[in-house]
Design a protein around this ligand. Structure first.
Ligand code: NAP
Length: 523
C-alpha cells in the first residue's frame, strides 16, 4: 500500500506546509517514507471540525456510536498484511507480536462498541422527589455521564496499535461520544496513516461527520503543544514517557481554562522476593523475572525494572545467567536506544551500583545487551534517581540486609503501575508487603510478573503519580470510558427534557440506581 505522507484532517488528506520528517527501519537503519509536519492551521481545522462534529454526535444514541467503532475494527482488519508489514518495518516488533496486538486492539474497539451500545456506562442515578420531606422537600434529581467534546490522543512508540491511533484512548473517547484528534507518533507515521485510512472508511460507511476523527502527523513537540493549548480541546489522553506526560500536564494546567490530561506514563514495576520463597524457587524466579524483563526487548510500561530481595548471591548468579541466555531483541527507534544508553550510564554513575553482566552497547547498536544491575538497599534508599524507569531490557536488583529493609524500600517507592510479590513462603512479610504495595500501585500481582495486561472490566492500568496523572482512572478495560465524560444532573426536569437514560420508563433497559437501589425496573 502506497504511503502518501499526508495527514487526515476532518475527512481530507492534506499535505501540510511543515517540515519533512522520515520513519526509520530499526533493523536496517534505512530511512523511508517522507511525512510533512502539520502546522497551526491543521490543528485549528481538525479541532474546530471536531467541535462541530460533537454537536451532531451528542444527539446520537450509543448503538450508532457502537456502529462506528465496529466499522473501525472491520476496516483495520481489512488493511490485512499491509498494516502488519508497514508497522513491522517501522518498529521492528515482528509479525507475531503485531498480529497479537492487532487482535487485542480490534477486540478492545469492539468491546467499547458494545459498551456504547448497551448504554449502562453512563451510571444513571435517580432520586425521586420527596415533596413531604421535613424540614425541606427533596427535589427530583437525575444524574448521568455525558460526552465532553474533542479529545486529543497521544500514543506511545511501543504499542503502535493498542496504545496508538486506534488504541484504547481513541476507542474509549469515541465510545463516550467524543470526536478524537490523534497526534501521529513520529516513530511510526506510516502505521498512523494506514490506521487513519481505516477511520476514514468507517466514517464514510456509517455517515458520521468528517470531524469525528483526525490524525495529524508530526515529527516534534510543536503540534502536540498546539493541540493541548487549543481552546476547543476538552481532554487529553496520553501514553508515553514521564517527561512527555508531565510536559503536557503542565501545559494543560497553564491554559486559561485548564483541561484534564489522562497520562499513562513509564513505571519501574517493583518485584518483591521473600527470602524463604526465593531460596526455594531461585531458578524458577530467575527464569520468570528475566523473561518478563527481556520480553519485547524490555519495551513495556509494565516491564519489571526493580527486584527487591534479601542478600542472596546465588540468586544474583542465576539472574545473570538467565539474562545472558535471553536473546537480544531490537529497540524501537534511535531515540529509545539513546535514552537506554543514557539510563544505564546514569545508574552506573551512582557509587555502589554494579552492572553484573556488563557488556558492550555501541552507540549505533539497535540490539542492546540484557542488563542486570545490583545496588545495596542502603544506597537505593538515598538515591531518588534509582527508582526512575530505564526503558529497555534492564533491571536493578536491590539487595536488602533483612526483611525490615525490604519493607523500607517498599515504603520509599513512588507510584507505579504494578507491584509484584513472590512471598508465599514468607506469609507475614507477604501480608505486610501487600498492605504497603497496594498504596503505591494500580495492580498488585501475586506470584506473577507484570508484563501482559489482560483487557477486561476488572483490569486497573494506572497507578499513583508519576506512573499516571489520574490514579483513580484506568486506560485499559471498560472503565476507561468514564475519563472522557462528565456528570450532569437534572433537577425537577420534565420527562420530555431528559435524556432517554433518565426517563421513568427506562426505555434503554439499563441498570440504574433508583432511590439508592440498583434496578432495571421502570419507575
Ligand atoms: P514519548 O517520547 O513520551 O512520546 C509519546 C508521544 O508524546 C509522542 O507522540 C511524542 O511525540 C509526544 N511527546 C513527548 N513529549 C512531548 C512534549 N514535551 N510535548 C509534546 N508532545 C510530546 O514516549 P514513547 O517513547 O513514545 O513511549 C515509550 C514510553 O511510554 C515509555 O516510558 C513507556 O513506559 C511508556 N508507556 C506507558 C504505557 C502505559 O500504559 N502507562 C504504555 C506504553 C508505553 P513528539 O516526540 O513528536 O513530540
Amino acid at each position: 500500500m502506497k504511503i502518501t505522507g499526508r495527514s487526515f484532517v476532518a475527512g481530507q488528506w492534506l499535505e501540510p506546509a511543515g517540515d519533512v520528517f522520515q520513519s526509520f527501519n530499526p533493523r536496517t537503519g534505512e530511512a523511508f517514507n517522507h511525512f510533512r509536519e502539520c502546522t497551526e492551521r491543521e490543528v485549528d481545522d481538525a479541532l474546530l471540525a471536531g467541535k462541530r462534529a460533537w454537536q451532531h454526535m451528542r444527539g446520537l444514541d450509543g448503538v450508532a456510536i457502537g456502529g462506528l467503532l465496529d466499522a473501525v475494527a472491520d476496516e483495520i482488519e481489512a488493511l490485512g498484511d499491509a498494516l502488519l508489514d508497514t508497522c513491522d518495518s517501522e518498529t521492528g516488533l515482528g509479525r507475531v507480536r503485531l498480529q497479537g496486538e492487532r487482535g487485542r486492539t480490534t477486540g478492545q474497539i469492539r468491546a467499547f462498541a458494545e459498551i456504547a451500545g448497551r448504554g449502562e456506562w453512563v451510571q444513571a442515578s435517580i432520586d425521586t422527589a420527596l415533596p413531604e420531606r421535613q424540614p425541606l422537600p427533596r427535589p427530583d434529581l437525575r444524574r448521568m455521564l455525558q460526552s465532553i467534546g474533542p479529545v486529543v490522543v497521544f500514543g506511545a512508540s511501543n504499542f503502535p496499535f493498542a496504545f496508538g491511533v486506534a488504541g484504547g484512548d481513541t476507542a474509549s473517547a469515541l465510545a463516550a461520544g467524543n470526536p478524537v484528534v490523534v497526534k501521529g507518533h513520529p516513530a511510526h507515521p506510516a502505521t498512523c496513516e494506514l490506521l487513519a485510512r481505516a477511520f476514514q472508511a468507517a466514517i464514510e460507511r456509517t455517515g458520521f461527520p468528517a470531524g469525528a476523527f483526525s490524525m495529524l502527523q508530526s515529527g516534534g513537540h510543536d503540534v502536540g503543544e498546539l493541540l493541548v493549548r487549543h481552546p476547543a480541546v476538552e481532554a487529553v489522553g496520553f501514553t508515553g514517557s514521564q517527561r512527555g506526560g508531565r510536559a503536557l500536564m503542565d501545559l494543560a494546567a497553564a491554559r486559561q481554562r485548564p483541561i484534564p490530561v489522562f497520562a499513562e506514563m513509564g513505571s519501574v514495576n517493583p518485584v518483591f522476593l521473600g527470602p524463604r520463597t526465593l531460596a526455594a524457587t531461585r531458578d524458577t524466579i530467575a527464569a520468570g523475572l528475566s523473561g518478563s524483563v527481556c520480553l519485547g526487548t524490555g519495551q513495556f510500561c509494565t516491564s519489571p525494572g526493580l527486584a527487591v530481595f534479601v542478600e542472596d548471591r546465588a540468586f544474583e548468579s542465576a539472574m545473570r545467567a538467565a539474562m545472558d541466555a535471553a536473546p537480544r531483541g531490537y529497540l524501537l527507534n534511535p531515540g529509545i536506544r539513546d535514552a537506554l544508553r543514557a539510563g544505564l550510564r546514569r545508574l552506573q554513575a551512582v557509587a555502589g551500583v554494579e552492572w553484573l553482566n556488563e557488556a558492550e552497547f555501541a552507540a549505533d547498536s539497535m540490539t542492546p545487551p540484557n542488563a542486570v544491575l545490583r545496588v545495596p538497599a542502603s544506597v537505593f534508599l538515598e538515591e531518588p534517581g534509582l527508582s526512575e524507569e530505564v526503558f529497555g531490557p534492564a533491571t536493578l536488583l536491590v539487595a536488602c540486609e533483612d526483611e525490615a529493609q525490604m519493607l523500607a524500600v517498599a515504603r520509599h517507592l513512588d507510584g507505579n503501575l504494578t507491584g509484584s510479590i513472590h512471598a508465599t513462603g514468607d506469609p507475614d512479610l507477604e501480608a505486610e508487603l501487600v498492605r504497603i504495595v497496594e498504596q503505591k500501585v494500580g495492580r498488585v500481582i501475586c506470584n506473577g510478573y507484570p508484563t501482559g495486561v489482560e483487557v477486561c472490566p476488572a483490569q486497573q492500568h494506572g497507578g499513583p503519580y508519576p506512573s499516571s496523572s489520574a490514579a483513580w482512572s484506568t486506560s485499559v478495560g471498560a472503565d476507561a470510558i468514564v475519563r472522557f465524560a462528565r456528570f450532569v444532573a437534572y433537577q425537577d426536569a420534565p420527562q420530555r427534557l431528559l435524556p432517554a437514560a433518565l426517563h421513568d420508563a427506562n426505555p434503554l433497559g439499563i441498570i440504574r440506581r433508583v432511590n439508592g437501589e440498583w434496578t432495571r425496573e421502570p419507575l
